[in-house]
Each structure stands twice: as C-alpha cells, then as structure tokens.
Design a protein around this ligand. Structure first.
Ligand code: PMP
Length: 454
C-alpha cells in the first residue's frame, strides 16, 4: 500500500488515543520502523525518540537480545491463559522481579498495562480489608494531579482536571490531598513544603483512617500531572504515616520503574517499602504489553483460604502473563544486569543535570525538573512571576511540533515539555536531542512571546 493510501485510511478510520483528531489531520505522522533511539516514518524522515515512545523504551528499538528472546518464545508458544495455570516465562520473571523489588514485596500478579496494574491494586486493597474483617476501610487517598491510567477505577484515584472532570459523576470519590509541588508552592523552600504537606496528610489520616483502605501515589516523581518531583523525605514521610494509621501504601512505579530515575525503582531513593507496587512500561524494555502488581505476603495471605470462604481475588484479563511479554521482560532484565544499566543511567543523569542548566537559563523556561532520565521543562510567559502563557496559545504543543520539524519526537503536558530518552541513548545522542530541545523552545517561545506582548 502506498503512502497516500495509508494516510487516507488513517484519516478515515483511525481514532488515536489522547489526540484531538483535527490536530492529527493537520499534521499526520505514521511511523514505519525504528532502530536504536531513532524512529522512521513512511516518508523516510527520521526522528530521535525523546519520549521513549511514551516513556517506556529502555534499550532503543530493535534490541537484538529482546528480538531474539521473542522469536525463541514464538517457537514454543505465544500465549496460554494464566487463569488457574502458570506458564514457564511468567514464573521465571516473577522470581527476577521479586529479587529486584523492595523486600516487603513477595508476590506478582500480572496484567497487561499500567492502568490494569493500578486497577488491580485498588480492587485488591478494597477486598483485602473485607477479607481481614475491616470492611469499613474503603476509601483511597491520592495526590492532586495524580495520574494512574484511564480506566474508571484508575481515574477515580487520579485528579488531573483536564482529563478527569468530564467523567466526574462516573467516578468513585477519593480523598485528594495537595501535591508537595515546590515550584508552585507559596514557599519555595523544599523542607517547608515537605513538612507542611505531611502535616496536612497526617491530619487527614488521623481523622479518617477508619475509612481509608490505601493511599495511591506515583513514586517520587509525578508524571502526567506535570513532571513534578517530591521534596526529599516526602515519600518516606507518607510511608511512616501509612504504617502509623494502618493504611496500605500503593506505590505506582509504572513510569518510574526500571532504571528511569537512576535507580531500578524510584522507591529506592528513599528506601520506601510499599505494601503494593505497580509496574508496566519499561518492564518489557518497551516491547510488549505486560504489567505487574506486586504485593506483600500479608496481603497475599489475606486472600489465601478455603474456596468456600469467598476470599478469592476474582480478577484476570485474557492476556495476563502473556508468554511473549514475559520472555521480552526476562531478556530486558538480563540486559540490565549485563550492561549495568542502572549505574549507566545514574551517570547519564548527572551529566544531563549539568546540560539542562543551560536550558534552565532560557528566557521562557520557568523550571526544569528531573530525576534520572525523567525530565520536564516548564515553559512560562514570565520567569519572574511564573505567569503561564495563555492556554489557547498551546505553547507546549507548538514547541513539540517545532521539535518534530527539527527531527525529534516528544509530547507536551500542557506547557511542560517531556524529555525522557531511552536509557540506552549515548552521550552524543543525548546532546543531539538537547540541541533540538533548546531550538524548539527558543523558536516557539520567541514567536509566542512577541505575539502575546503586543
Ligand atoms: N501510572 C502512571 C504513573 C503512568 O505514568 C501511566 C501511563 N503514563 C499509567 C499508570 C498508565 O499506564 P498505561 O498507559 O500502560 O495504562
């Protein structure tokens, strides 16, 4: 099929996620292949993949070892159900993940996306309290601007106005507490923000712990809510409060897991031991849809009973624990070991921090936030007052379109530009990406800055 036909059909029959289709019609993009940190479209244009194909690619595209592991698994079987029967790669993968995860976590419940891994944690936490005879513990606490996926359950523990308000009456109520957002807080002292936020959370726990099942929180860095990094000590403080008030701590590592923040899991930055941890995205190196919800033995044991007691966890998806996905994930984790990838990510993170200082100096860059290779660059109209650009100017979107013209793909979160290259990107490739990032920001903010200042 030729390019024109593909384009035509894509416009006629496709409906893309998180996409206003009138934007797509104006600037369509059809990817055909990839190699390393590059993606190629059907016209042969090459792009640097600066958002790791939505925050999940780890080793670049077409990593030989993962390609081969999938082909080898294909020769045995692609899929058999996990309902009532395990399969070989899922067992091997469970062992590998548990060896890497915080000690408190001993069990792996598979699914197939970040949203399902969190949805499962919500249902498990809810049922856990019933199984242990405390059915009044039903509510969830979550942070303002949290994002955990797009299913009804995960939206209910999410709180990004633009994504969620439309569905409000469909969602169950969660207790939403302010995010310890240092850049947008009246005090820009990290310690003050941390202490105030924990005091506020402590008050809520004190008054409502009898009703609260769990707290759902993105690990150290909030992604879709604007790439916000928690102040030092905040997540540790949340853990202590959860233990004090008997509330389950559910840490979402969907975006931050697998080396993304310079540690295998972001909880390691603060030595936090969650009761549940959700994993997806980088678990298969960004290859196949597989996800996992890890739990403590205590939670698992609350479901383990004689069939007649009705404590079974009635949840499972058709493709849960898919063998190809598990084989890709096993190969992914072997590369982590072989290439000492977490250490490499830590080193690249330090280098990147220095490079980003130059970007932070640009006239319309209000804040640069990063942890490891997870970065967000917030564009503002006025650096002093932190005044935002007019919403309708879509400065973030325009900047990413400009970057695309210059040969790099990423997506904005409002006026925050996401910069999340694959962990495998070389220093030269990172430097190339940073040049485009800078040019894109400069060109668009100058144009819009002039326009809004008239
Ligand atoms: N949790 C977090 C923290 C995420 O960043 C995402 C996806 N960006 C999800 C959950 C949902 O994952 P998925 O898109 O695989 O459903």
């Amino acid at each position: 099929m030729d390019q024109q036909q593909l384009l035509h059909i894509s416009k006629q029959h496709m409906w893309l996620p998180f996409t206003q289709m009138s934007d797509y019609e104006k600037d369509p993009l059809i990817i055909e292949s990839g190699e390393g940190v590059h993606l190629k479209d059907i016209e042969g244009n090459e792009y640097l993949d600066a958002y790791s194909s939505l925050w999940l690619n780890v080793h670049g595209h077409r990593k030989k070892e993962i390609d081969e592991a999938i082909k080898k698994q294909l020769d045995k079987i692609s899929h058999s159900t996990l309902l009532g029967a395990a399969n070989v790669p899922s067992i091997l993968l469970a062992k590998k993940i548990i060896d890497l995860a915080p000690e408190r976590l001993t069990r792996v419940f598979y699914s197939d996306s970040g949203a399902t891994s969190v949805e499962i944690s919500i249902k498990m936490a809810y049922q856990y309290w019933q199984n242990v005879g405390q059915p009044h513990k039903k509510k969830f606490v979550t942070l303002r601007n949290g994002y955990h996926g797009d299913t009804v359950g995960t939206m209910s523990v999410g709180s990004i106005d633009i994504y969620h308000r439309v569905y409000n009456s469909l969602l169950f109520d969660s207790i939403v507490v302010p995010y310890p957002n240092v850049y947008h807080h009246p005090s820009d002292d990290e310690k003050v923000v941390c202490e105030q936020s924990l005091t506020e959370l402590g008050e809520i726990f004190k008054n409502h712990h009898d009703e609260i099942a769990g707290m759902t929180v993105e690990s150290i860095m909030q992604g879709a809510g604007g790439m916000n990094v928690m102040p030092n000590g905040y997540l540790k403080g949340v853990e202590q409060l959860c233990r004090k008030y008997n509330i389950l701590l559910i840490v979402d590592e969907v975006a931050t897991g697998f080396g993304r923040t310079g540690k295998m899991f972001a909880v390691e930055h603060e030595n936090v031991q969650p009761d549940m941890m959700t994993l997806a995205k980088g678990i298969s190196g960004g290859y196949l849809p597989i996800a996992a919800t890890l739990t403590s033995e205590e939670i698992y044991q609350a479901f383990y009973a004689d069939f007649k007691e009705g404590k079974t966890f009635y949840h499972g998806h058709s493709y849960t624990g898919n063998q190809l996905g598990c084989a890709a994930a096993l190969a992914n984790l072997e590369i982590f070991e072989k290439e000492n990838l977490v250490k490499q990510a830590e080193e690249k993170s330090e280098w990147l921090a220095n490079q980003l200082q130059e970007i932070a100096k640009l006239e319309h860059v209000g804040d640069v936030r990063k942890l490891g290779l997870m970065c967000g660059i917030e564009l503002v109209k006025n650096k002093e007052t932190k005044e935002a650009f007019p919403w309708e100017e879509r400065v973030g979107y325009q900047a990413t379109l400009k970057m695309r013209e210059l040969g790099m793909l990423t997506r904005p979160l409002g006026d925050v530009i996401v910069f999340m290259p694959p962990l495998s990107a070389t220093y030269e490739e990172l430097a190339e990406m940073l040049t485009i990032l800078r040019k894109g920001i400069e060109q668009v903010t100058e144009d819009v800055g002039e326009k809004v200042n008239v």
